[in-house]
Design a binder for this molecule. Sequence first.
Ligand code: B1M
Length: 207
Amino acid sequence: MAIQDIFQSVIGFDEAKVKELTQKEVDGGAAIDTILNEGLISAMDEVGAKFSAGDLFVPEMLMAAQAMKGGLEILKPLLADGATESKGTIVIGTVKGDLHDIGKNLVSMMMEGAGFEVVDLGVDVDSDKFVQAVKENNAGVVALSALLTTTMPAMEATVKAIREAGITVKTIVGGAPVTQAFAEQINADGYSDDAPSAVELARKLMA
Ligand code: B1M
């Protein structure tokens, strides 16, 4: 029931309530995965479905995103798995033209939690900035996020720019419209459909 209340508070745009209920669930010993998947992420799916149906508009999507971020703030320290030694550097960002950052932030938090140094370039990042950050930070992996079908070409352009720069770095891609087939088509080194599997993939590629 309480997880359902978190879900309802995200779709009710009540950030303070989301924070309060998330903290309460954490204190009560609920599994982090359950809070994340059944409370927070599924609420964003519901918001997306309502947007598609024309029952909800961009300002409401933004308010729901803000409410979800409140819950993520509470979970952030708990997404760590106790790693202390740096496992290498990851550059991450949402590609050019795309402003969605919740999934990217989740990947970033879990990467940090797993012991990687994370250089988060934010949203709407052009390919030159990715190339420069990979060089400056001597990154082992660059993770690209895209949530729009219209920004998938920017993902392809970024992978291409990284290859053309001749730097040794593994490119991994993800985000709702991205698939394994698309990753292969654009010559990325890997694809993952959620944050935990992105961490596993980075571990494998950096080993
Ligand atoms: Co937008 N939006 N949005 N939006 N938005 C979607 C993505 C959409 C599917 C909604 C819908 O129509 N049902 C649709 C895209 C349709 C399409 O292209 N196929 C859409 C649209 C159309 C738009 C606008 C164009 C709307 C408009 O203006 N008319 C506009 C575009 C703005 C822009 O980017 N240029 C827009 C704007 C926005 C807001 C700004 C209002 C807001 C974003 C706020 C923010 O992020 N700070 C927003 C939101 C909130 C959404 C939905 C509702 C939720 C996204 C989200 O945060 N999900 C979304 C509908 C949906 O996804 N169900 C929608 C939760 C998050 C945890 O999941 O990001 O998928 P996700 O991340 C997952 C995985 O994908 C993966 O890990 C995460 C889970 O563990 N992952 C990676 C993500 N990145 C990864 C990188 C990796 C690996 C895994 O690297 C290796």
